[in-house]
Design a protein around this ligand. Structure first.
Ligand code: NAD
Length: 314
């Protein structure tokens, strides 16, 4: 039987924090870290291993691309991160050439693993990975708006004073400036959010929803301006996706996957609620968004597509 082995390519802030979150979850038997800066990978592995006594049994080591052979999950976090004020799209060209290198190595060894792309701009790089790897779409996924949906649920939870686990709401579309909040399907205790608001009776200002969404959308910019990078929450989002895959959970997560005629949207990797299990992206769920949300989703898809096309025509 295949081991629950996870290869993480990129031992920077996001890769190392994802490894840290994963080692604490107990879901993986082995984590292998690869980085172009081998010392960085070694240093992170040493630091993580020194805490191994305090977590469920696991092996953590540095490795090389031949480790992809018997991996169940390959997580790519390598690349540059956003500089203050830089948009995710600006990162594209720099990170695409890094990906060409990495995917050509992975391709030599991969057997059954799922590939999870975290590097930004994640939607375009997921499409790029799919294209150059030749893997089936179910096995190449992006972390997409899993983090953004978590930020959304946290902010709603804090605003409403309700446990985030009882607030269900999704951010779909691009992991970036054109992402879309699905207010029409947001619920608390199974109730549409507007019904909950009527019961709550706080009579919040009309623009409260806009403010909450703006905060979600600008989270990365705000954190990067204050501390230079974001990594804790994304590390936990990566762990959540890894668990859904390694435990074959059929969890609904807003990962980025290739869509084909989703309300007319095709040939773009974009985040939507997807059933995630041991096969990767097992089923894309067609959610009944309203007209305004659908318009925004289509605009978001256009934006990703433009960037994807730009990359291929460069
Ligand atoms: P970082 O600079 O700390 O780490 C990147 C690492 O990649 C470095 O250690 C570098 O040596 C390594 N690397 C570069 N080229 C490589 C190659 N060819 N092969 C192997 N390793 C290579 O950056 P970070 O803060 O960890 O961010 C990594 C990426 O994650 C960025 O693109 C960032 O925007 C993205 N990110 C995504 C999300 C999300 O929700 N999807 C959230 C936060 C950050």
């Amino acid at each position: 039987m295949m081991k629950d082995k996870v290869v993480i390519v990129g031992a920077g802030f996001v890769g190392a924090t994802s490894a840290y979150a994963l080692m604490m979850s107990g879901v993986a038997e082995e984590i292998v870290m690869i980085d172009a800066n081998h010392d960085k990978a070694e240093g992170e592995v040493m630091d993580l291993n020194h805490g191994i006594l305090f977590v469920p049994s696991i092996q953590i080591r540095t490795g090389d691309y031949s480790d992809c052979k018997d991996a169940r999950l390959i997580i790519i976090t390598a690349g540059s991160n956003q500089k203050p004020g830089e948009s995710r799209m600006d990162l594209l060209k720099r990170n695409a050439s890094i990906f060409e290198d990495i995917i050509s190595q992975i391709k030599k060894y991969i057997t059954d693993a799922i590939v999870l792309v975290v590097t930004n701009p994640v939607d375009v790089l997921t499409h790029f990975t799919l294209k150059i790897s030749g893997l089936p779409p179910s096995r190449v996924i992006g972390s997409g708006t899993v983090l953004d949906s978590s930020r959304f649920r946290f902010l709603l939870s804090r605003h409403c004073g309700v446990d985030a686990r009882n607030v269900h709401a999704y951010i779909i579309g691009e992991h970036g400036d054109s992402e879309v909040p699905v207010w029409s399907l947001a619920d608390i205790a199974g109730m549409p959010i507007d019904k909950y608001c009527m019961q709550c009776g706080r009579q919040c200002a009309r623009d409260e929803k806009d403010k909450i969404f703006e905060e979600v959308k600008n989270s990365a910019y705000n954190i990067i301006a204050k501390k230079g990078a974001t990594y804790y929450a994304v590390g936990l989002a990566v762990r959540r996706i890894a668990e859904a895959i390694l435990r074959n959970e059929n969890s609904v997560l807003t990962i980025s996957t290739l869509v084909d005629n989703y309300y007319g949207i095709s040939d773009v990797c974009i985040s939507l609620p997807v059933l995630v299990n041991g096969q990767g992206a097992a089923r894309l769920l067609k959610i009944p968004v309203n007209e305004q949300e659908l318009d925004s989703l289509k605009r978001s898809a256009e934006k990703i597509k433009e960037a994807t096309d730009q990359l291929y025509s460069a």
